[in-house]
Design a protein around this ligand. Structure first.
Ligand code: XMP
Length: 509
């Protein structure tokens, strides 16, 4: 993927909680979309070659003193504009309509729509989340939908190419929501649906070839889908001028490190170096119980391993890494709160501070998976759940010892096996077992036990920003509990974590 963005949709971000979702829904139409600051000038939109603009939702009232306001020229930028929620109110307010504070409307509402460019005629349930609402559309606009409490739930001015919806078409609870996005992007803006995995692969391979030229590159792989896909793209571009380094820190799931190695040996043409550094990592973690401290130590040990490898890898000009679009957006977002340091590889050693290529920096995780499938990578890689860089260290509360790692690996393998056949596997974004550092009393074969509990976690999520516990069938949970206490030494109790994120996080540490 070169640095010139393909023509697509620019999503102006007013701080809405669903902004990323809007960009993803556009991509699901096979059209490129990019999130840009709300203050982006019309010239910036034109430079990007955007074929349409979407104004996102946001937490403010258009009447608030510090309300984010776009450049007024955005409403006559020459390409169609769709305002969603706050964007809809902003459009109405700016162009002479009437916006007023209303009863907070949150959740499902019944929408009655007339036939229009964005909506087919009829009634359907839509998702609302707003305080203010539009009472009267600006002159020249037709009101195309309402709900019992919201008189202007959708409006359009076809001639001026301006469209607004109060509800959230990007949210999966809105019936026919994707059709609204589809109609706007393809019919109204006339975008070509050509943002396909095959095209992404061609562009990424071309970018890597062009940048690396006759040089050599290195790629650190974790076994996760992002780094494996990036390595596959780079391997296709560079063959044996690419060296992939896989550091097994001894904190992977049961048999996972061997599986990763097998995939590389079979599917890739690059040089592959596996470093078994379990003893080193576990030695450094001895006695440490504080989660952030664990992350720091693991980050530091990664650097030590890479430094040791410098000679073996040889001269390299480029580091290829799997940064994703949400990381790019997040790192440009000063409002992102610091909950835990997710990017555990804190800094790279000097010799790796070389040119960096991030071939999937414009992609969301599901797009990376599609690219992986198209590249012919096996399901074991493409379908792999996100796994934290520090591995099982953040799923073992308290001290991480070799014995506790083995205990957790066995419990975790049972959780995976049973969830796969539970009938809800396709709802699971991430699932795992965590080993707690409290002990409780139990009884086994007439004998008292005093051992650690294991917590089972299975969450549904779209992007790891929010998550909800999966409704795992009771039978499956019972099987998991019975098998763990029978098969895993040192565990006498199994709990299921029902907490959503927020207020909890997905991982326990
Ligand atoms: P939380 O626990 O914050 O996790 O809800 C959100 C997502 O991030 C992953 N995660 C990590 N990934 N290094 C990583 O590379 C880390 O230290 C780390 N901590 C959490 C987590 O698995 C989930 O997908």
């Amino acid at each position: 993927m070169s640095d010139t963005r393909p023509a697509g949709i620019a999503v102006l971000d007013f701080g809405g909680q669903y902004t990323q979702l809007i960009a993803r829904r556009v991509r699901e139409c096979r059209v490129f979309s990019e999130i840009v600051p709300f203050s982006t000038a019309p010239s910036g939109i034109r430079e990007r070659g955007a074929r349409g603009v979407i104004l996102s939702g946001g937490p403010e009232s258009v009447y608030a003193q510090n309300a984010p306001r776009p450049d007024m020229g955005i409403f006559s930028v020459g390409v169609p504009v769709l305002g969603i929620c706050y964007g809809h109110q902003l459009m109405a307010h700016t162009l002479g309509g009437e916006v007023s504070p209303s009863e907070r409307e949150f959740g499902a509402a019944e929408l009655s729509a007339a036939q229009s460019r964005l909506l087919p005629e009829g009634k359907r349930r839509v998702w609302m989340s707003h305080g203010d609402q539009v009472l009267a559309a600006p002159q020249g606009f037709a009101v195309t939908a309402q709900t019992p409490t919201c008189p202007v739930a959708a409006m359009e001015n076809v001639e001026s190419k301006l469209y607004g919806v109060q509800f959230h078409p990007e949210v999966s609870h809105t019936e026919g929501g994707q059709e609204v996005i589809h109609r706007f992007v393809l019919d109204v803006c006339g975008c070509e649906p050509n943002w396909t995995p095959a095209r992404l692969i061609d562009e990424a391979v071309a970018e890597i070839r062009e940048k690396v030229g006759a040089g050599r590159a290195v790629c650190a792989v974790s076994g996760g889908v992002d780094s494996c896909v990036v390595a596959a793209l780079a391997s296709r571009a560079l063959d044996d001028r690419l060296t992939c380094i896989f550091v097994d820190h001894g904190l992977m799931r049961l048999n996972e490190a061997d599986e990763v190695e097998a995939v590389f040996r079979e599917h890739y043409d690059c040089r592959f170096l596996r470093v078994n550094a379990g003893e080193q990592f576990l030695g450094a973690l001895a006695g440490v119980t504080e989660p952030e401290q664990k992350r720091k130590i693991i980050g530091a040990e990664f650097i030590r391993v890479f430094e040791r490898l410098a000679r073996e890898v040889g001269e390299c000009d480029w580091l290829i890494q799997g940064t994703l679009y949400p990381d790019v957006i997040e790192s440009g977002n000063p409002m992102a709160a610091k909950i835990k340091s997710h990017h555990n590889v804190g800094g790279l050693p000097e010799w790796m501070r070389i040119g960096v290529i991030e071939p999937v920096r414009l992609l969301f995780k599901d797009e990376v998976r599609e690219v992986g499938r198209e590249l012919g990578l096996p399901d074991t890689i493409v379908e792999r759940q996100p796994f934290p860089g520090p591995g099982l260290a953040v799923r073992i509360l308290g001290e991480v010892t070799p014995e506790r790692v083995r205990t957790l690996q066995q419990a975790d393998a049972i959780v995976r096996e049973e969830l796969r056949v539970s009938g809800v596997w396709d709802q699971v974004w991430q699932s795992y077992a965590a080993l707690l550092d409290v002990r409780s009393v139990g009884v086994m074969g007439d004998t008292r036990t005093y051992e650690n509990p294991v917590v089972v976690r299975a969450v549904a999520s779209e992007d790891a920003m929010t998550a909800a516990a999966v409704r795992v069938p009771w039978d499956a949970l019972e099987r998991i509990a019975t098998r763990i206490v029978n098969e895993v030494k040192g565990v006498n109790r199994v709990l299921y974590d029902l907490t959503s994120k927020p207020p909890a996080t997905i991982e326990w540490e």
